[in-house]
Design a protein around this ligand. Structure first.
Ligand code: ADP
Length: 471
């Protein structure tokens, strides 16, 4: 059974149970109120009769011997209490009817055998000629004689009222149940349609159609938020897949260039290598250069993959200033070859939590770029600390980064045209690796113009103390 029907039927069942309980209680209360009312008026008649009978004996001037019982045994005395809702009959002690109101006709109220001196009064429900009656019986004793007064009141009106009320309640209940079932089915349909659309859209979802989106629901409720979340998820998936596709196509393109060159040179070697030493040397040099570039690129891709894994990287406390000074020392000869002045300064000795090999690569890439792109002047590496952050700056006196390239230099495989045309070696992965490593350590990298007109790359990383101290 569909969820819609289940919701609708559950609602209807709950409504029927709740309404039945309420209307059952009301009907029961109504009946007992009407019944109490009948009892009250019967009892009032009974009290009147008894009172009149008792008062009759001392004041009866016509018949000085007449007592209470004599008054009761005369049907004429009872006529006062005869009405369409009041029937009176007086029986002898043996249960024989001695007097009764005319409205009883030939009918007779049966005797009540349960009365005695201890229980002289009782109410009971009986049927007389098929009609329901409420009867009050009262045992009256006088001078060793006794009589029983019966006051009866028809109950058919009460029963009719009750039957009609019950009938109305049942009709309203059935109509209400049907209405609620249909209404809750309609509401459930309205609520569930977006869920169905959602599941249809999920079923239709294909990895080659990541641009699929749910129709904007325009709703701000849970369903609307679910649809929006699903659309967000799709957008992020699409972005991630596009990034992966771009990476694969860039990587294949970048790997193809050195491979093609290596292949061409291998062909040259095969054809003329044996006879022409100049060709042999040139080809071997090219193959060596291209294979080194390939190895560098593959290493870069492996580092990126490692940095992308995020939490899986084992981290330990790293003294950033010491690590940076080691990297500077290792690069000193390369800087000297180009006549550059490479220096290291530190205003603090901050400790960060990280992977030393990755952090060394981060500093190394920045220093390598600074040396690579600067023709003269100096490259300075500085380390310092702020209250919660460690910072590292690499400033050079190269050409700097043109503003139109700022948005791209951290992209994977991005190389400025200038870098390519000037034949500066590189893979276009260096800065992407720097950014990935910085981010996986909870930090960031930014670039600005250096004071000397070159570029100034600044990396910030959270201090170990800031990570461990409760904030
Ligand atoms: P690669 O250095 O292999 O070209 P990177 O990702 O390290 O790749 O750098 C991307 C681009 O950013 C470079 O091609 C270059 O145009 C620019 N760039 C990086 N560092 C510097 C720098 N210190 N000075 C000027 N330009 C730079």
């Amino acid at each position: 059974m569909s969820l819609r029907w289940r919701i609708a039927l559950w609602y209807a069942a709950l409504l029927v149970v709740a309404l039945s309980a309420i209307s059952g209680t009301i009907a029961w209360r109504l009946q007992s109120i009407l019944y109490d009312e009948a009892k009250y008026s019967t009892n009032a008649t009974m009290r009147n009769i008894v009172q009149s009978a008792q008062q009759s004996s001392p004041f009866s001037l016509e018949d000085p011997d007449a007592g209470t019982l004599e008054f009761l045994f005369n049907s004429n005395n009872l006529a006062n209490w005869s009405s369409p809702t009041s029937y009176v009959q007086v029986d002898s002690a043996g249960g024989y009817p001695l007097a009764k109101t005319a409205n009883l006709g030939s009918a007779r109220i049966p005797p009540n055998t349960t009365l005695d001196g201890k229980h002289p009064d009782a109410f009971r429900r009986i049927t007389i000629d098929g009609a329901p009656f409420l009867v009050e019986d009262r045992l009256i004793s006088e001078d060793a004689n006794s009589a029983v007064i019966h006051v009866a009141q028809p109950l058919d009106l009460i029963y009719r009222v009750f039957a009609q009320a019950t009938q109305t309640i049942v009709v309203v209940l059935i109509a209400g149940a049907i209405a609620v079932t249909l209404l809750s089915f309609a509401i459930a349909t309205q609520a569930i349609t977006p869920i169905n659309e959602l599941s249809d859209a999920m079923r239709r979802f294909r990895f080659d159609r990541l641009d699929t989106r749910l129709r904007p629901s325009g709703r701000s409720d849970e369903i609307g938020r679910l649809a929006d979340s699903f659309n967000d998820l799709l957008a992020r998936l699409e972005e991630a897949f596009a990034r992966e596709r771009r990476f694969i196509s860039d990587a294949s393109h970048e790997l193809k260039t050195p491979l093609t060159s290596m292949n061409a040179n291998a062909q040259l070697l095969l054809r003329w290598g044996e006879n022409d030493p100049a060709v042999r040397r040139e080809s071997l040099e090219t193959i060596a250069r291209e294979s080194a570039s390939l190895a560098e690129m593959v290493n870069g891709m492996l580092t990126l993959a490692k940095a992308d894994r995020g939490d899986a990287i084992p981290k330990e406390p790293v003294a950033l200033a010491q690590l940076a000074s080691e990297v500077v020392r290792a690069a000193a000869s390369r800087a000297a070859e180009k006549g550059l002045h490479l220096s290291f300064e530190h205003a603090a000795t901050p400790t960060v939590l990280g992977d030393p090999a990755l952090l060394r690569q981060l500093v190394g890439n920045l220093v390598d770029n600074a040396i690579k792109f600067s023709e003269r002047g100096e490259v300075t590496v500085r380390v310092g600390a702020l209250p919660t952050l460690a910072w590292l700056e690499v400033t050079d006196s190269g050409p700097g980064i043109p503003s139109e390239e700022l948005a791209h230099i951290f992209d994977r495989f991005y190389r400025a045209d200038k870098a390519r045309s000037r034949d500066v070696p590189g893979t276009g992965l260096g800065l992407a690796i720097v950014r990935s490593i910085a981010r996986v350590h909870g930090g960031e990298v930014a670039v600005a113009a250096g004071a000397a007109g070159g570029a100034c790359f600044r990396v910030t990383l959270p201090l170990l103390d800031a990570l461990t101290e409760p904030s």
